[in-house]
Write a protein that binds this ligand. Structure first.
Ligand SMILES: *Cc1c(COP(=O)(O)O)cnc(C)c1O
Length: 396
């Protein structure tokens, strides 16, 4: 049997490659950080990690992980409700709830699981899920696993959201779901307007804060804080795999009864392993660091401004936004790949994105700034962008 399937897979893979869409992994031989060494020999500045706060290799976070290995062991060999809950798991859930000002939190192995397991236990065919068209794949999959009626609104388009809310008035419960920050453009959801519409049309509000928790908003509490609606949110999902240490793990935080029900019925929680103690211990440290001071998010904001100002002054076209995601627009898929290759030769690691990851004709290099970047790192990246930009006639 496999012979037939092998031929089929080989020809599909070849087609992917010939379309220029084959994803290849670049191998890093050092810890994640502002600078890394890649297996092909280059020392490069990373401009494409979700390491917004530089916590992926922060010494205090590493130490906390080591200490927790000693105090709580390596693995749990269990799901949470059998024998996979330690004191540190409860401690982390409470810290996350305190961070957001919510009532309770449930941990998952990933935010993909948090989003995959949030809808089906709460909403049935009687209900409506109203989702931004650019929401993350894990939200789309989570919605697919649930029998609720689906409504989609045009990206951040409040008039269309209102139309969808009107169309969904016959349903029992309605929930509006949006990414907090959209990862490809770096734009921020209009959470204040969304919450106002939710009030008017009697809907719940859920935000996925994966690309905002820890650094968007005055104290880094994310998009609800940025938009002044922290007290209006019903459900927040997020990841420990980006700004918050960058290892892995996800969570859903919000109203007590919602979290209680997820503990009873959410399938990725019931049927997948407990988060490893070292990750939990390190994440507890991350929330301590973020609760003590806003130094890292402040530095990230300064770094973002520094980079953006100089990239704009050099003549590049960037997507405007209020996040550390700075997409440098090239509009041509082949050019975006060539640009990224030449950047690497200049010691800058960035990735070109093109259709279908972004819209047709909207190819770009997406850069992501980190609090870990020094001015020297940013200057190196800016100089490389200018050099390659001139070489490829993108700027004068
Ligand atoms: C990265 C991301 C996820 C998935 O997070 P993991 O913890 O890596 O599974 C979910 N939603 C959004 C918006 C993301 O950016």
């Amino acid at each position: 049997m496999y012979g037939k399937m092998k031929d089929h897979l080989q020809s599909e893979l070849k087609a992917i490659d010939e379309a220029g869409l084959f994803k290849r992994e670049r191998i890093i031989t050092t810890p994640q950080g502002a600078n890394v060494h890649v297996s092909t020999g280059e020392d490069v500045v990373i401009m494409c990690a979700n390491n917004y706060l530089g916590l992926s290799s922060h010494p205090d976070v590493i130490q906390a992980a080591k200490d927790t290995l000693d105090s709580h062991g390596f693995g749990m060999s269990s799901v949470r409700f059998i024998c996979g809950t330690q004191d540190i798991h409860k401690e982390l859930e409470a810290k996350i709830a305190k961070f957001y000002g919510t009532e309770d939190t449930i941990l998952y192995a990933a935010a993909f699981d948090a989003n995959g397991g949030v809808f089906e236990p709460l909403f049935t065919a009687e209900d409506a899920i109203i989702s931004d068209e650019l929401n993350h794949a894990s939200i789309i999959d989570g919605v697919r696993l649930c029998k609720a009626q689906r409504y989609r609104f045009k990206h951040s388009n409040m008039a269309d959201l209102e139309d969808q809310l009107k169309a969904a008035q016959a349903q029992r419960f309605r929930v509006i779901v949006t990414d907090g920050v959209f990862s490809m453009d770096g734009d921020i959801a209009k959470m204040d307007e969304i919450c106002a519409l939710a009030e008017k049309y009697d809907a719940l509000v859920m935000s996925d804060e994966c690309h905002s928790a820890g650094f968007i908003g005055k104290t880094g509490r994310g998009v609800p804080e940025f938009c002044g609606v922290s007290d209006k949110m019903d459900i927040i999902t997020g990841t420990l795999g980006k700004a918050l240490g960058g290892a892995m793990g996800g969570y859903t935080t919000g109203k007590k009864e919602i979290i209680d029900m997820l503990r009873q019925k959410s399938r990725p929680y019931l049927f997948s392993n407990s988060l490893a103690p070292a990750i939990v211990g390190a994440a507890n440290k991350v929330f301590d660091i973020l609760s003590e001071s806003t130094e890292l998010r402040d530095r990230l904001e300064e770094n973002t401004k520094y980079f953006k100002d100089r990239i704009i002054a050099a003549g590049f076209d960037i997507k405007a936004g209020n996040s550390p995601i700075v997409p440098i627009m090239l509009y041509d898929a082949a050019l975006s790949q060539k640009f990224a290759d030449l950047l690497l030769q200049e010691g800058v690691y960035a990735i070109g994105f093109f259709y279908p990851v972004v819209a047709k004709g909207a190819a770009r290099i997406r850069t992501q700034i980190s609090a870990a970047h020094s001015q020297i790192d940013l200057d190196k990246a800016i100089a490389a962008f200018i050099k390659v930009g001139k070489e490829l006639d993108v700027i004068k």
